[in-house]
Design a protein around this ligand. Structure first.
Ligand code: NZQ
Ligand code: ZN
Length: 384
């Protein structure tokens, strides 16, 4: 096992009716900016629950954070914060709203010339505004991690940053608010969670049996619960199990002391940046091809996954790894997720060329051994 240090100050408040607990979590002296997305919270009653819980607070609102939140939009919120002297940010929505809020929190306190440098140049986040969230979509794990992914319209870029300063102070997770999700978003979230687990598990073995069992348990739970939740979208327990999988899929417990990959996300983000496909869709397309391309270095963990999660028997490691990759793609397809670029009207050759050019320019090297360069990425995307 590798050395590790773990720090997560986020208070998780999980369960039915937990939005009503907001007054215990935000001091009444705070001027609060509620940040939200395209309006789903106004249709499903979440907005009303938040407003009711925070009645008597000094509240401002900023709506319109897009899926794949845009730098340009976030900067408008920063202007508002500076003008109105806001004290606390409350994100109410999916991972995009929360990621946007994390960037806003950092940008509002940024002292350099342009906060975009946090994304492009790794400029240090020395300070950030305090934030909390009511998360409404199980997928990103953003509610219990310190990452955010921001896109810029003017340059077609989609870039991530991470800073302990943007950990949410608290995250309210009421699984009942996910009953209003369109099926496409439920499926996106299940695939995103599955792929987070793969990024954290499916590398090379450094003797982390407990972390591996946690990861495989997560995959087993997803495979068991996913078809049921699609069949019974109003079942609270199914929604709760899916949400907790999503949170634990990217709060980094399963990767403590282990080796991480992140190449599927690195390539997937480019597909979203260039073509606008959903984050979950981009991952479903890339993962099976990436695993095939990288089979030689991932074979041992793939074979273990194949045996424990998909019950593959009487095969050597190489055969079990091949069957595991096929089973993963079959699982995605079985819950209605399409796994080919052509399914989304994208030409694989064209996409491969665009991504190769960008990665060559940035000298990008992805994967657990930094072995996925521009040319290997080209090969993977062309096979998608
Ligand atoms: O914008 P609104 O109107 O709120 O609608 C959203 C949006 O259209 C809707 N929605 C959310 N909760 C709902 C709901 N509709 C009905 N009922 C509800 N309860 O769903 C749509 C998608 O929302 P979005 O927030 O974009 O989805 P998600 O949570 O999947 O977030 C995706 C973003 O997170 C990034 C992705 O790259 C993408 O930008 N990621 C963030 C990570 C992190 N912070 O650690 C890691 C991930 O790998 C990922 O990259
Ligand atoms: Zn993801």
């Amino acid at each position: 096992m590798l050395n590790f240090e773990y720090y997560c100050p986020t208070r998780i408040v999980f369960g039915k009716g937990s939005i009503a607990r907001l007054p215990e979590l935000i001091d009444k002296s705070q001027k609060v900016l509620i940040v939200y997305g395209g309006g789903s919270i106004k249709k499903n009653g979440v907005y009303d629950q938040v407003k009711q819980a925070l009645s008597g607070y000094e509240l401002l609102e900023f709506g319109g954070i897009e899926p794949n939140p845009k730098y340009e939009t976030c900067m408008k919120a920063v202007d508002l914060i500076k003008k109105e002297k806001v004290d606390f940010l409350l994100a109410v929505g999916g991972g995009s709203t929360l990621d946007g809020t994390k960037f806003i929190a950092a940008a509002a306190k940024y002292e350099g010339f342009d906060p975009y440098d946090i994304l492009t140049k790794g400029a240090e986040v020395k300070d950030a505004m305090p934030l909390g969230d009511v998360i409404t979509l199980p997928a990103t794990g953003s509610e219990m991690n310190y990452n955010a992914v921001i896109s810029r319209l003017s340059t077609n870029e989609k870039l991530a940053f991470a800073s302990e300063k943007v950990y949410p102070r608290f995250s309210i997770i009421d699984p009942s608010v996910t009953m209003s999700l369109p099926e496409r978003q439920t499926v996106n979230g299940i695939v995103d969670t599955f792929v987070h687990t793969m990024e954290l598990y499916c590398t090379y073995d450094v003797d982390t049996p407990l972390q591996d069992e946690w990861a495989l348990g997560l995959l087993k739970t997803l495979i068991l619960e996913a078809p049921k939740v699609l069949e019974n979208p109003e079942d609270y327990n199914l929604r709760a199990n899916i949400f907790w999988c999503a949170t634990c899929g990217l709060n980094y417990w399963i990767s403590l002391g282990a080796v991480q990959d992140w190449a599927t996300h690195g390539i997937g983000h480019e597909l979203t940046a260039f073509y606008g496909i959903d984050h979950g869709q981009s991952l479903a397309v890339v993962l099976p091809r990436l695993l095939k391309n990288q089979k030689a270095v991932k074979q041992e963990k793939l074979a273990k996954l194949g045996r424990e999660v998909f019950h593959i028997k009487d095969k050597n490691d190489s055969e079990a790894a091949d069957l595991a990759i096929e089973a993963i793609e079959r699982f995605f397809n079985s819950i209605g997720m399409k796994t080919r670029l052509s399914d989304y009207g994208i030409n694989p050759q064209e996409a491969a060329e665009k991504i190769k050019a960008r990665f060559a320019e940035r000298d990008t090297k992805l994967g657990e051994r930094a072995a996925i360069d521009a040319q290997v990425s080209y090969d993977i995307v062309k096979a998608c």
